[in-house]
Design a protein around this ligand. Structure first.
Ligand SMILES: O=C(O)C1=C[C@@H](OP(=O)(O)O)[C@@H](O)[C@H](O)C1
Ligand SMILES: C=C(OP(=O)(O)O)C(=O)O
Length: 432
């Protein structure tokens, strides 16, 4: 039964089939911004269409960037050569971290007057480390609400390149924003990371996308990054967005729990996305995994049951949520470590995950940066609250392998995967 506010998933007997993945959120929003900043016209194919990418598309359009929709998830972006035509604007960026953080950096170095705001949760997500770094380059940024958080006002300022230090232990998106925006200055920037850097594979995506647009960053391990004087983005002509590796995790887990094989197409072992390593975590749990350059496939262990794991998940913060729900179907106690960033994402994901897993009967221990899950013998029926967090809705759909489950506010999946539930039902078979 469905309504606007909840979706009842029937008890599931098995999973097998193939899913063609929607485009990667992380790549889509990077490519849109880089194409906008580049010289020339870029044709972007297989872009993700979702709330987060709509916020980036709208934001760029407000800034005067011409973007033509060509149909079939293809867009033509008319680059503005590092100089947004509109010098005064208000941007609403929803809850899209991949739009908010990089656009803050780009606009702070652009010499205009801008206001950036989002949904109430976005105003609770930190941005102080990025603002501090941009101020070192001369940017004039004011907090319109609480210090260290959006909404922000950016004023015209004399900005110049040079050395800038940024903290990377709250979100890697601050470093991503600085790196992507730095070529706007044309005068060379040395970015030094202060302390620990989390979510490193996302920096790899950033650097790979910048190279596609003609800017090679010289790096010293994860400590410092140099953007040379006169670096400027140039359109690569046509660019394809690969499938979303985080979105792949739900289907691969379904194959590992429900028999399989479940195959995802659009992303594979040559991907630039760190979340493809989710398949390795599932393999450690006993799942049978195979993969090629553009696909991955998962089946249940020969024994039929997954086994618990103890894993540092810092490199796969998004896909790790799927492991927490897969742990309901694994023998033993699963511990997911080094996930403090979960607390400042769409919701406090450690608290939300613990609360909803407990409703299903699991024994859950949570700490500042870890979660430990012991499954019950049988799942209880529960109505799962999703906290306006797309990943809560998507990963808890897997609980239907233990009996019927209600997902409250299923529409929140629109942040990154509007068609999620129809894709999920296409590879899962209810109990007869
Ligand atoms: O740069 C990116 O595309 C992202 C970085 C990660 O955030 P943090 O760096 O805040 O962990 C990730 O959780 C987010 O979904 C996307
Ligand atoms: C953390 C996420 O999103 P954002 O890009 O808004 O940070 C996510 O998609 O899990």
């Amino acid at each position: 039964m469905t309504s606007d506010n909840f979706l009842d998933l029937p008890p599931l007997a098995s999973a097998h089939g193939t899913v063609r993945l929607p485009g990667s959120k992380s790549i889509s929003n990077r490519v849109l911004l880089l194409a906008a900043l580049a010289e020339g016209v870029t044709e972007v194919r297989d872009l993700l269409k979702s709330d987060d990418t709509d916020r980036m598309l709208e934001g760029l359009a407000t800034l005067g960037v011409r973007i033509d929709s060509l149909g079939n998830n293809a867009y033509r972006v008319h680059g503005c050569g590092g100089n947004f035509p509109v010098k005064e604007a208000k941007l609403f960026l929803g809850n899209a971290g991949t739009a908010f953080r990089p656009l803050t950096a780009a606009l702070a170095l652009s010499g205009g007057s801008y206001e950036l705001s989002g949904v109430p949760r976005m105003h609770e997500r930190p941005i102080g480390d990025l603002v501090d770094a941009l101020r070192q380059l001369g940017a004039d940024i004011e907090y319109l609400g609480n210090k260290g958080f959006p909404p922000l006002r950016i004023k015209p300022a004399t900005v110049a390149g040079g050395r800038v230090r940024v903290r990377g232990n709250v979100s890697s998106q601050f470093l991503t924003g600085l790196l992507m925006a730095a070529p706007i200055l044309r005068s060379g920037v040395l970015v030094e990371v202060e302390g620990e850097l989390i979510s490193k594979p996302y920096i790899e995506i950033t650097l790979r996308m910048m190279v596609r647009f003609g800017v090679a960053v010289h790096r010293n391990d994860w400590r410092s990054f140099t953007i040379m004087r006169n670096s400027a983005y140039v359109s690569p002509g046509v660019i394809y967005v690969e499938g979303d590796a985080s979105s792949a995790s739900y289907f691969l887990a379904a194959g590992a729990i429900g028999g399989g094989p479940v195959r995802v197409e659009g992303v594979g072992n040559t991907s630039v996305q760190g979340d493809v390593e989710f398949k390795d975590a599932l393999e450690k749990m006993g799942a049978l995994i195979s993969h090629g350059p553009n696909w991955m496939e998962a089946s249940a262990p020969v024994s039929g049951r997954l086994t618990a794991i103890d894993l540092d998940c810092n490199h796969i913060p998004d896909a790790a949520m799927t492991l927490a729900v897969a742990a309901l179907f694994a023998d033993g106690t699963t511990t997911l470590r080094n996930i403090a960033s979960w607390r400042v994402k769409e919701t406090d994901r450690i608290a939300a995950m613990a609360a909803e897993l407990r409703k299903l009967g699991a024994t859950v221990e949570e700490g500042a940066d870890y979660i430990r899950i012991t499954p019950p013998a049988h799942l209880k029926h529960a109505a799962i609250d999703t906290y306006d967090d797309h990943r809560m809705a998507m990963c808890f759909s897997l609980a239907a392998f233990g009996g019927t489950v209600r997902i409250n506010d299923p529409g929140c999946v629109a942040k990154t995967f509007p068609e999620y539930f129809s894709a999920f039902s296409s590879i899962t078979q209810p109990v007869a």
